[in-house]
Design a protein around this ligand. Structure first.
Ligand code: DP6
Length: 327
């Protein structure tokens, strides 16, 4: 019998137009469409081995047994692959991030995408980016976007659509932007994105406005990408960021992802733009880090300014990268 094992590599992505909130909690469908850029070199490598003799799925994250909650999400994904492939074996999963885990750098997106690709391949299912994206999306919505390289969108699901997947907008070569990540904390985030958005949906008076605004900002970011218009993308991205965080801040009790260094980094980016005339815009996800988007020729200046901002621990330089790969 052939060995039921495979390895996949997927990159993180950051949303330029944010997903925040679920249209269907059970099926994990987003309440708003989103647009992202897949980021090199932030890569997760995941190995899956469906092996006889195991009595449950085993999940090692960075060489250590993962927490039960993380293992449960992995098991759910593996269960749908087993069902699809007609397999009954449990699996051993090893996942390694080549960047800090749970530091708000979208490690769950690259992780679930790499897991979806490796699990399908290990089970003998064909390489199919749409199927990988849909499988990853069911585990974590943002993971759907890491199946594709470059600029990617995840539209709203059509009524009754079974396999809802992301789709590419433009290849990495379309626009060699740079993303400077300002890391502001090494710790794990306090409120995960899933619970943060569910709590926002249940208790924030601004959630309905956020859901109404989302599609317009998404269309704006998409059009800006196609036109390679950084200002158009940047302005809509910042509005998407702050509208998303505003909805979370108005929840009861508030969901606060910003730390002092987050605001200092935003002020740094605004200062570069207004005082130095550097075209740069920033975003933050469900964590305290700030990601600044700029042209290649300004990346060094942006990186230096952010590195000198109080509370910024270090910076990472990223660029549009490839979609998921199986080896
Ligand atoms: C703020 O994809 O982690 O990063 O579907 O519940 O797993 P679940 O949520 P997740 O949320 C990501 C939220 C975000 C914005 C984004 O990536 O679009």
């Amino acid at each position: 019998m052939t060995e039921l094992r495979a390895t996949a590599a997927a990159r993180a992505n950051i949303a330029l137009a944010k997903y925040w909130g679920k249209a269907d909690e059970q099926r994990n469908l987003p309440a708003v469409p989103s647009v992202s850029v897949t980021l090199a070199p932030l890569t997760t490598v995941t190995r899956v081995h469906f092996a006889p003799g195991l009595i449950e799925d085993r999940f090692l994250l960075g060489g250590r047994a993962a927490e039960p909650g993380e293992t449960a999400r992995v098991t759910r994904l593996l269960a749908s692959v087993r069902q699809l492939a007609g397999l009954s074996l449990f699996a051993e999963v090893e996942s390694d991030n080549q960047f800090p885990t749970a530091s708000g750098l979208a490690s769950s997106a690259s992780g679930f995408c790499a897991l979806a690709a490796a699990a399908r391949a290990a089970a003998g299912l064909p390489f199919d980016r749409n199927a990988i994206s849909a499988l990853a999306r069911a585990a974590s919505v943002s993971a759907a976007r890491s199946a594709f390289g470059g600029f990617v969108e995840l539209p709203l699901a059509a009524a009754g659509e079974a396999e809802h997947a992301a789709r590419p907008i433009a290849a990495p070569e379309h626009w060699p932007l740079r993303v400077v990540v300002a890391v502001t904390s090494e710790g794990r985030k306090e409120v995960g994105s899933s619970s943060g958005m569910l709590h926002t949906a249940r208790s924030s008076p601004y959630y309905a406005s956020w859901v109404e605004l989302g599609p317009r900002l998404c269309a704006e970011v998409r059009a800006g990408i196609l036109a390679r218009d950084l200002e158009r993308v940047g302005v809509a991205m910042e509005q998407s960021t702050f509208a998303m965080h505003a909805s979370a801040l108005a929840a009861a009790p508030a969901v606060i992802y910003f730390q002092p260094a987050t605001l200092a980094a935003f002020a740094c980016v605004r200062g570069l733009r207004e005082r130095e005339r550097v075209p740069v815009w920033a975003t933050a996800d469900a964590g305290p880090h700030v990601k600044a988007v700029c042209h290649e020729q300004h990346a060094a200046q942006v990186q230096q300014a952010l590195a000198q901002t109080p509370g910024v621990l270090r910076t990472l330089l990223c660029e549009p990268g490839a979609g998921v790969e199986v080896s």
